[in-house]
Design a protein around this ligand. Structure first.
Ligand code: KG4
Ligand code: ZN
Length: 356
């Protein structure tokens, strides 16, 4: 089954053709990151207008790269929630129109589900890959979400832990701003941390019951530690702090923060594994899954917690951030699980915000 998938939930306009949930026939991503680097963050109205310009050329290129015509496509899939309203509207209106004009079934896919299913995509350069085994735990770590999800089987999701405030990716982005590092913050922190000492600054681990997370306190702890290190009062605005920090101090803060954030994530994953002894795989998903320290800590934690019996999966780096191939994979497993297509005339971007 060949699915033309469309993703436009934030600041990437993407289209891909994916066969049977794993084989990538084409994958096109136009990122707006260069536009927003100048502003230090996404401006929703600008994002929506950029999607409008890019979406049709991106879809044409995805079909061309796959060497397919519209008649050879079996279904259309699109991200319909969660995301920026204007951005989602461009993708969903385009997908609805194509589904009606081309008479194709339309699948509306939850963005976090797509991030999880990026782990079923086969290697872009070809070859075989093992796929995650059920039941599994998914650690979803993106700019807007931090969740631990138990999946007994395909397309079945039980959220067992979630953040009570900031998402971990958001925390990377905000700490990067405090340190004066460029947008997007996650990759900037990861790069800067390479020169830093993880033990230089001791940052707190939040005391949150159960499997829930809290990241707003960690961000504030970095802010206070930077102010103290520079001998400034706590009323000094965060945007002034970068002027007082040396490159080495920035690197040490980046390394200490990154290490603490990844440890917090893995502590909760290990707790979740203790409560779910049947789990066979751990799947890490979302933009923050690109982080090399998180990947290393996940492998080490799993070795320690399960003697290597539970395998850990990450998406290929090019599929960790937003892309449409993962939407095609998620839609395929919806179809395989018996989910019926969405009515293209009535699809709304609003109603379903929790994964399911
Ligand atoms: O999944 P994603 O591309 O978009 C959302 O669905 O939110 O995730 C974006 C988030 C941003 O917060 C970005 O800073 C973070 O992922 N990110 C990283 C890395 N690459 C991207 N965080 C830590 N380390 C990275 N290497
Ligand atoms: Zn995402």
């Amino acid at each position: 089954m060949k699915i033309l998938a469309i993703e436009s939930s934030c600041d990437e306009t993407a289209a891909a053709v994916v066969e049977d949930g794993g084989r990538i026939l084409s994958n096109v991503v136009v990122s707006q990151v260069d536009i927003f680097a100048a502003y230090g963050g996404v401006i929703p109205e600008v994002a929506a207008r950029s999607h409008l310009e890019a979406i049709l050329p991106v879809i044409h290129k995805a079909l061309d790269d796959a060497r397919l015509t519209k008649d050879e496509i079996d279904a259309i899939a699109v991200t319909h929630t969660p995301g920026l309203l204007g951005s989602l509207l461009i993708g969903t209106l385009t997908a609805r129109t194509l589904a009606i004009l081309w008479k194709k079934p339309l699948y509306a896919v939850h963005h976090l589900k797509s991030h999880i299913y990026a782990n079923w995509l086969l290697p872009a350069q070809g070859g075989m890959a093992s796929v995650p085994q059920f039941p599994l735990l998914a650690l979803v770590v993106s700019g807007g979400h931090t969740q631990i999800i138990y999946m007994p089987g395909h397309n079945q999701f039980e959220i067992i832990g979630t953040t009570r405030d900031d998402a971990v990716g958001e925390c990377f982005d905000k700490v990067a701003k405090i340190l004066g590092l460029p947008y997007p913050g996650g990759p900037s922190i990861a790069k800067m941390a390479l020169q830093g000492d993880v033990k230089k600054y001791k940052l707190p681990h939040p005391q949150v019951d159960g499997l829930d997370f809290s990241f707003s306190g960690l961000k504030t702890a970095v802010l206070r530690a930077v102010q103290a290190e520079c001998g400034l009062s706590i009323t000094t605005p965060s945007y002034e702090l970068k002027e007082y920090l040396s490159e080495q101090q920035k690197a040490d803060f980046a390394a200490s923060f990154q290490d603490t954030a990844c440890d917090i994530l893995m502590e909760k994953v290990k707790m979740a594994l203790r409560g779910h002894q049947d789990v066979k795989s751990l799947v890490i998903a979302g933009g923050v899954s690109a982080n090399a320290v998180l990947r290393q800590k996940a492998v080490e934690s799993l070795l320690e917690a399960s003697d290597g019996k539970i395998e850990v999966y990450f998406p290929e780096l090019c599929f960790a951030g937003d892309n449409a191939a993962m939407v095609g994979a998620a839609a395929y497993f919806e179809v395989a699980s018996g989910v019926k297509p969405t009515n293209p005339y009535t699809l709304s971007i609003a109603p379903r915000t929790a994964i399911g």
